[in-house]
Design a protein around this ligand. Structure first.
Ligand code: BGC
Length: 760
């Protein structure tokens, strides 16, 4: 549902004109923790807000901020898990269900989705974010927004921007160069806004390059409104605002929760002339529009069937889970060959299926893997279960180790549930390392030495190190924190009721130290410098040609897919064309399954450094055994551009690009080279320090360069080996050196004249 234009700017302007300064100042500061101000005299209704993003988290009393005491709701998979589905239709279905739960509970704004980039596996809140890739994050966030808003409820993309760690999130400045901001940390937001028009968004707690995100005029007005044409509202993260008048000046529409001192500050600032009242009117207008719009879209008597949502939660979990390793097709387990199964690790019975903090949902129902395994195995197959470790922390009883070994030894197969407990990754708490707790590692290590059929089932919100024990187990299933249905989904996949189809949306490095941000995280003295720049995740590992444990986009299936017949609509194209890329995918295995077809673009030569490949399109298709489908993906100008800060815009550089189609970032099955003839030309401005090399193709510059070279005893066309070196030296001279070498015949004034001429 797009922002409707039925309320014209004129209508809104008329209401604002009636409002007193005090009321406008009150309006932009919220009413309490979870609702906004209502004004009967102007017919302005309140809006009720609640956290998401993976389920409705409505606190029972709007005035309280407690993390517990929320109403029961459906807990869908967390963002890491949803990011691994690569299924935008499914995401839309899930978020529509969440939107419906909002309608049924009188919530007008759902605080999600979160789409910050996973810069490091250590961010304690990574489970709330989709990916290390901005394109995938943006596409999934857009789908999420569409789903929520299809129910007449506002979604809220958050946290804008460069909010990539929990350590000192309210104190730190994230220092990021503009190209990296545009290409990595803002791109997902830009895509979501362009494709789905979120009615609200949330700014980050942190500073961006020294300015609080909530006071950042460049972010909130120049880019967001003037460049991207955003028409919704920007809400502060909870208590992010330090100076309400400055936030209004920058373009923040709503401070949450209410800060009873803020309206006075705003009124004073207007009265003493440090805040223009027009700026206040500018932020009030979209806020008013959203308040009236969401009020108009309220539905009474929304009928909810939470059982339908539960079934959807199981399906969503099934699509989220990623089969990372499956040697000799040990999975799915063959019931006919089993007499006894060891189920080890507490997560089998008490699954960790979501994270703690503001996104924690009071799940109305939950599935655990142990119960579902019992259902599937019935009475004929023996199950031996040992919880082994505690739910929280890193403890186990020494006496349990021999018990676990014994159970594993006497069983046909050991299913070992391990991962990260709540206190290892959480909102407000970054991880100290990327390893599993020692108690979980001890279990998998010891069991794997006695039982060759050991299957590891992981529950964690972000990449973990597995190198220490990975070689000892034939199969690893990454179940993420995949919501209230996760237990059933895991069991269904282990025993082949469901064919896994998830693909990891973040790289699993061999070791944490390999992560590109490692030396700069978490920063010091309230500053974190993003020195790795645009080389985040696979953009770094692949460009550096580094070995990783599991590459971005990787995920196995119980069937195989064959890729063939790559066709591009045109091998030569311009930046105003849409390039269509198609291929055929065939399911050549014995089971039905789904494949995520990924398209990466590689710029073969570019003026600025670029990653060796970047994801620019994808789709997920379901195929019966033996069936094939024709898949078509589209690339546009943006798929080939980079952000050039010298030009201040996205630049499409002419040249050759490889189109890479594959099953993961490191499993490229088809490739083709295309040539872009860009209509966008880089206007080169010469100065005293431009190298002579750059003048070679210039009509006035070339004779000048030729003359210089002749003075040095060579020429542009000379091709003897010694000329090659001489040219290398002389062509790299900056223009100003023509004065030094001129023996007094060419002055600096003459040079300036010459530069004026060539620039004209
Ligand atoms: C979080 C937000 C959340 C808000 C309200 C903040 O601490 O960063 O994501 O929506 O609290 O609970």
């Amino acid at each position: 549902m797009k922002l409707d234009k039925t309320l014209t700017d004129k209508d809104l302007g008329q209401i604002i004109a009636q409002m007193t300064l005090e009321d406008k100042a009150k309006f932009v500061s919220g009413k309490d923790v979870w609702s906004t101000q209502a004004f009967e005299k102007y017919n302005i209704p309140a809006m009720y807000v609640a956290d998401g993003p993976h389920g409705l988290r409505k606190v029972r009393k709007t005035t309280s901020n407690q993390l517990g005491n929320t109403i029961p709701a459906t807990c869908f998979p967390t963002a890491s898990a949803l990011g691994s589905t690569w299924n935008v239709e499914l995401i839309e279905e899930i978020s529509a269900a969440i939107g419906k739960e909002c309608q049924a509970n009188n919530i007008q704004i759902l605080l999600g989705p979160g789409l910050n980039i996973k810069r490091t596996p250590l961010n304690g809140r990574n489970f709330e974010y989709y990916s290390e890739d901005p394109y995938l994050s943006g596409k999934i966030a857009a789908a999420f927004v569409r789903g929520v808003q299809s129910q007449g409820v506002a979604a809220c993309i958050k946290h804008f921007t460069a909010n990539n760690q929990e350590h000192e999130r309210m104190m730190n400045s994230s220092n990021v160069d503009e190209r990296t901001l545009r290409e990595i940390y803002m791109r997902g937001f830009e895509i979501a806004i362009e494709e789905a028009d979120p009615w609200t968004m949330m700014c980050a707690y942190n500073k961006v390059n020294g300015i609080w995100a909530n006071e950042h005029e460049w972010l909130l007005t120049k880019v967001l409104r003037d460049e991207w044409g955003y028409e919704g509202i920007v809400i502060s993260d909870w208590a992010a605002v330090n100076k309400a008048d400055r936030a209004v000046h920058a373009g923040l529409n709503l401070e949450m929760p209410a800060n009873k001192f803020s309206s006075d500050k705003i009124v004073q600032a207007v009265k003493n002339g440090t805040l223009d009242e027009q700026r206040l009117d500018t932020v009030v207008k979209p806020l008013l529009r959203i308040a009236l719009k969401t009020n108009n879209l309220k539905q009474v008597n929304t009928e909810l069937d939470l059982n339908i949502h539960h079934t959807l939660a199981i399906r969503a979990a099934e699509e989220s889970i990623v089969l990372l390793k499956n040697e000799n097709d040990i999975l799915p387990l063959d019931l006919g060959k089993l007499k006894s199964v060891a189920v080890l690790g507490r997560f089998a019975e008490t699954p960790r299926y979501q994270g703690s903090g503001s996104s924690n949902v009071n799940a109305y129902k939950e599935e655990n893997a142990l119960a579902q395994i019992r259902n599937i195995l019935g009475n004929h197959i023996e199950i031996n279960y040992l919880p082994f470790y505690e739910s929280r922390g890193d403890k186990y009883a020494e006496a349990d180790l021999p018990k676990a070994i014994d159970i594993a030894k006497k069983s046909d197969v050991a299913l070992v549930f391990i991962g990260l407990p709540d206190d290892f990754e959480a909102e407000g708490l970054d991880r100290l390392h990327a390893d599993l707790p020692e108690s979980h590692k001890a279990l998998i290590r010891e069991v794997a030495t006695v039982q060759p059929n050991t299957i590891a089932v992981l529950s964690n919100g972000a990449a973990v190190e597995v190198e220490e024990w990975e070689r000892d187990v034939p199969a690893i299933l990454e179940s993420w924190l995949s919501g209230q249905g996760s237990g059933a989904a895991v069991a269904n996949i282990l025993f082949g009721k469901t064919n896994p189809s998830g693909k990891i949306s973040e790289s699993f490095p061999l070791r944490l130290q390999h992560n590109p941000s490692h030396l700069y995280f978490p920063g010091s003295n309230r500053n974190v410098d993003y020195r790795e720049g645009i080389f985040v995740g696979y953009r770094y590992y692949d460009t550096k040609s580094m070995e990783v444990m599991f590459p971005f986009g990787h995920g196995l299936s119980y069937t195989d897919f064959e890729y063939s017949d790559l066709v591009v609509s045109s091998k030569e194209f311009s930046d105003t064309d849409t390039l269509k890329v198609s291929c055929t995918i065939k399911n050549i295995g014995k089971r039905a399954g789904a494949e995520v077809v990924q398209l990466y673009v590689h710029d073969k030569v570019s003026e600025l450094p670029r990653p060796i490949k970047e994801l620019q399109a994808f789709t997920k298709i379901h195929l019966e055994s033996g069936a094939s489908a024709h898949v078509q993906l589209e690339l546009n100008r943006r798929s080939f551009t980079y952000f050039d800060t010298a030009l201040g815009e996205w630049f499409a550089e002419s040249g050759d690009f490889d189109i890479l189609v594959g099953s993961s970032s490191r499993d490229i099955r088809l490739r083709e080279t295309v040539t872009l003839h860009s209509k966008q030309k880089r206007v080169r401005i010469f100065d005293k320090f431009s190298p002579l090399r750059d003048l070679q193709d210039h009509p006035i510059g070339r004779p000048f360069v030729e003359k210089m070279l002749q003075n040095f005893g060579t020429s542009l066309d000379a091709d003897k080996p010694e000329d090659y070196e001489a040219k290398a030296i002389f062509l790299s001279l900056p223009l100003i050196k023509s004065v030094n070498f001129s023996q007094g015949t060419f002055s600096e004034d003459m040079l300036e004249d010459f530069i004026r001429k060539i620039n004209a």
